[in-house]
Design a protein around this ligand. Sequence first.
Ligand code: ZN
Length: 201
Amino acid sequence: MLPVVAHVMSPLRVNILRTLSPWEYIHFPAQGFQHSEYRTMTIAKNKVVSIHFKLVDAESGDLIESSKGSAPMAYLHGANNLMPGMENALEGKSVGDEFQVTIAPEDAYGPHHESGIQTVPLEALKDLEKIEVGVVLTANTENGPANLQIIEVGETEVTVDANHPLAGRTLIFDISVEEMRDATAEELEHGHAHGPEGHHH
Ligand code: ZN
């Protein structure tokens, strides 16, 4: 025989009398919150994200690249598609967010190594049709093909730089998050975004 008080406090009544915490209010009608959940979707691993961006050299203020006037750039988040500093800044952002981030060389294209600057005898490049400052040559090295930018042309020698053109530079990005969706199984397998602004096969 149960005590009388237990009959009064039926499970339903216990629930009604109990004060719901904000946490429970959010989770109780779970099926009714699909739209809200969608609106608060944030950038995380395995999302395909479209962004508009403007890239400026922090020191000179020179515009390096901008997606303005073209389609936004789509990338797969968490797959090293972007430089680490840019990906870290995008983590947790939502569609509609606009922000600026300054990225040190270590989180962009790395430091500039003096050892990357070398001289090549002009004779060795005689088969090339254009030898002038700014031209990028591809050289076969022990580690595979490497891009070398001509930075000086002398009488008998040419000075080339194997560093990435943006190595050693602090970069300022203005970024706006345009679109976001879950990556497809194929995109996850390939490690990049597909579609109009992503890869085409
Ligand atoms: Zn692919």
